[in-house]
Unconditional design. Sequence first.
Length: 201
Amino acid sequence: MTNEKATATVLTQSQLFQKITEWAEARNLIKGSTSVSQFAKFDSEFGELCTNILVFGGSYGRNDAERLALADDIGDCLVVLTIICEQEGLKINRIAPDVAPIDASVPFADVLAIEGIKGLLADVLLKGQGAASVESLVSALKAYFSAVATKVGLSLEVCLAVAYNDIKDRTGVMYKGTFIKSTDPNYEAVKEQIALEAKSE
């Protein structure tokens, strides 16, 4: 891929995960929300990845622009998984990816595997089954996201770098466990509501 955003990364995977953690801490995403609410965000980000695969003709990117979009989608999913891990007392960079067995005869087997594991993760988080269960599922998710990244012709490091470059300067506010971006159409209204609630306390 020739796009500079997708190739210009000098940070290791561990360093990128650390940068993302620091970014999330600075915006109160870790302590200001729950792993369950962050899972909803993860579900949304994964939906964007699946939608783009369909929009791109059921492919993993036919050109640089499409592959860059998919890299961003994968990176966004990993950003949210980083936050969930922190909330569960885990460090995602210390979780080794599991083996990702994929049946090549099944179309989109890697994406379907992620969907299945995602459902298990939702159950674990809702039931509060603990860090060990979350760690096992995140290990599997990292493996399958890596498999998808490979099909895109990239690595997890590049996907993380693309996503981090997009979010690193993003500003906003936390409101009722949700991060409202400054570019959101409702941002000013939310800020006013926060100010009103602060005055009434």
